[in-house]
Ligand binder design. Structure first.
Ligand code: DQA
Length: 141
């Protein structure tokens, strides 16, 4: 199995960014522990602060053997019709699980609406960095 984790804007700051909300672990530490936990799964990772680059990376995963995408679109979750259209255009063989580190529903109202959920296989939110592991478990299952 090959899983692609994609992180959107400001998630390159994990470890330093609002630790009371996102914790103090870096994404590299999280990736290292995910690779140990899923030794038989190839885990690729991509982060960008740019909406179009997130779309380009998802489209590049079509036909490259990727079996599922774990997507934390960051703030684009709440704003991006372009990401919604991109996820809708992916083949059924390439499901996307929407992930959030924080429980977006316990935060500001504008975080309660996701434009991308309708096109995703499911959503995992609120479990800190463990949200990524849970999303991978869901895709492997
Ligand atoms: C986030 C939640 C979003 O509302 C926010 O804009 C982020 C991170 C999360 O992982 O909890 O950048 O997606």
């Amino acid at each position: 199995m090959k899983i692609l984790i994609i992180n959107g804007p400001n998630l390159n700051m994990l470890g330093n960014r609002e630790p009371s909300i996102y914790g103090s672990a870096t994404m590299q530490e999280t990736l290292d522990s995910l690779k140990k936990r899923f030794p038989d799964t190839e885990i690729a990772f991509f982060q960008s602060n740019h909406e179009g680059e997130l779309i380009d990376r998802m489209q590049a995963a079509i036909g490259d053997g990727t079996n599922g995408i774990v997507l934390n679109a960051g703030a684009y979750t709440h704003t991006s019709v372009a990401l919604l259209d991109c996820i809708r255009s992916l083949p059924e063989t390439l499901p996307v699980v929407e992930v959030h580190i924080s429980n977006v529903h316990s935060r500001e109202d504008f975080r309660h609406r996701s434009l991308i959920t309708a096109a995703c296989k499911g959503v995992i939110a609120g479990f800190g960095m463990d949200s990524y592991r849970l999303a991978i478990e869901a895709l492997l299952a």
